[in-house]
Ligand binder design. Structure first.
Ligand code: FES
Ligand code: FES
Length: 507
């Protein structure tokens, strides 16, 4: 049978492959991304089938035989550019991993005649997608900005993005079109493919991804409906405020990937950022190098979504009590560097590290430890106040009765207002989502029961209130502002809910 991919006929034999397999592995279209296959939950693999958006990782290719498949690469040049310009001008594409799928979704919506001012339709269309970086609002702005003149790439924009994302970042239409240099996209087509076995104890290497997945016996991730308590018990004593947090997943969209030639340097799994402090130990890079040397062939290595959930580091959960004078105790899951991070901002808090069965934790994740500490300190004040991040930025935030969030941020010289605003909105969304909605089911033995990306509780576009950002610029050295926004919005949201002692608080 055959399918027509971006105008070219691709002959295939039906071996049960999905459309995504055919697009990425057979047709070599790397603009179509795999964030969770075969879970069908992130939308990164969305393409147009006869003009209608479809999630390709859950579409058996036999169902679309003979039909016209259009990826973002196959859109007419002026249409692709008009969307990419809209996403760039509104700051709607940061790492860019989710963007090609969303552009296909929006193009399908536009082709139906949906008006550019219909933000509700755009937000509803985004229900099939996840974006971890932007907090949605800029993407809804991009819907209304189709046709905007392209903004030339600027080094100031890239520098601001790098300061906020903490790893090298590019900004521009190429990023919006999914060309951020992701490791799994850049690997040579003749590379062997390595995936983790179902038990996670060995790497299975094969000529193709489909073959490797079959040999590894990979099964689709699952989620649980069981409720789990926060894992750390409160310290004894009377406190003015207490807080227990639970396991949460960083939920970056591009799962860990690398590739390497024999004797070469492995590709960075961080590519255009978007990991929020995760992926720093880069297991996949070391594995790619080892397997390439062993097989004397280039090797591609990539986590499935379930692998990323099981092996990726989590924010260390805490249980804490604080008094009005800023003294108290924070019990936290034992994690290298976490006690120092807390002590740096809250010397009055005693830190007790405890051993708890569970997934790996990391103090590298966005604001881990110090954000919880400044949120506790803010909770015993009369107002959120300005919160300073160790990175030098400052922010404050309020939540109105209708739920809308207002942020003020100081991050030194702005460099690029669109980019800074985008990262601040993303950080505000992440904080709101963390405090009110996110959790990961982990049982008393430390086993994770939520292995699908939707089960983490990331707030959807339609559940996200308006977020406005006021930037107070100065001529100082540019510093990271979005981490301070993350802390300030977490503090403001907790306050707005009346300081419930357990996160997530629920809406
Ligand atoms: S990769 Fe298909 S929906 Fe996530
Ligand atoms: S820009 Fe959407 S996940 Fe990074």
């Amino acid at each position: 049978m055959h399918v027509i991919v971006d105008g070219a006929t691709i002959e295939i034999t039906d071996e049960g492959a999905t459309l995504l397999d055919v697009l990425r592995e057979d047709a070599g279209v790397r603009a179509v991304k795999d964030g969770c296959s075969p879970q069908g939950q992130c939308g990164c693999c969305t393409v147009l089938v006869d003009g209608r958006p479809r999630v390709s990782c859950v579409t058996p290719v036999r169902r679309v035989r003979g039909r016209e498949i259009t990826t973002v690469d196959g859109l007419p040049g002026e249409v692709a550019l008009a969307w990419a310009a809209a996403f760039t001008a509104t700051g709607a594409s940061q790492c860019g991993f989710c963007t090609p799928g969303i552009i296909c979704r929006f193009e399908g919506l536009r082709a139906k005649g949906t008006r550019p001012d219909d933000r509700a339709a755009a937000a509803a269309a985004l229900q099939a997608h996840l974006c971890r970086c932007t907090g949605w609002q800029s993407i809804v702005d991009a819907w209304g900005a189709f046709g905007t003149e392209p903004v030339p790439a600027s080094s100031a924009a890239a520098r601001r993005a790098e300061i906020e994302g903490r790893v090298p970042h590019e900004v521009g239409v190429e990023i919006a079109l999914g060309r951020g240099g992701f490791a799994d996209d850049a690997a040579p087509s003749d590379a062997l493919v390595a995936v983790l076995s179902s038990e996670g104890d060995e790497w299975v290497v094969a000529e193709s991804r489909a073959e490797a997945m079959r040999s590894a016996g990979k099964v689709q991730g699952r989620r649980t409906t069981a409720a789990f308590d926060p894992p750390v018990e409160l310290p004894a004593g009377d406190y003015d405020r207490t807080l227990r947090t639970t396991w949460v997943d960083p939920a970056y969209l591009e799962t860990d990937a690398s590739w390497c030639r024999p004797g070469g340097e492995p590709a960075s799994p961080l590519a255009n950022g978007g990991a929020f402090g995760a992926k720093v130990d880069r297991e996949v890079a070391a594995v790619a190098r080892r397997l390439a040397d062993e097989h004397q062939r280039p090797v591609r290595v990539r986590y499935s979504r379930e692998d990323a959930v099981r092996r990726g580091p989590k924010r260390p959960p805490i249980a804490a009590g604080i008094n009005a004078d800023g003294t108290g105790v924070v019990r936290v899951v034992r994690t290298p560097g976490i006690a120092t991070a807390i002590a740096a901002v809250a010397p009055g808090l005693v830190v007790e590290e405890v051993d708890v069965a569970g997934p790996p934790t990391s103090a590298s994740l966005r604001g881990a430890g110090w954000v919880e500490a400044v949120v506790l300190l803010s909770a015993v004040r009369d107002e959120v106040g300005w919160i300073d991040s160790p990175g030098g930025g400052s922010a404050t935030a309020t939540v109105a009765d209708d739920g809308s969030i207002t942020v003020r941020v100081r991050a030194g010289s702005v460099l690029d207002e669109t980019v800074l605003r985008s990262y601040c909105i993303g950080a505000a969304h992440m904080a709101l989502s963390w405090v009110t909605s996110e959790s990961l089911g982990v049982d008393a033995d430390g086993e994770i029961h939520d292995l699908t990306i939707r089960s983490f509780g990331v707030l959807r576009a339609i559940d996200t209130p308006p977020i406005s950002v006021a930037i107070e610029s100065d001529d100082g050295e540019p510093v990271n502002g979005s981490d301070a926004v993350f802390a300030a919005v977490a503090a403001a949201v907790w306050r707005s809910r009346g300081f419930p002692p357990v996160w997530p608080t629920g809406s």
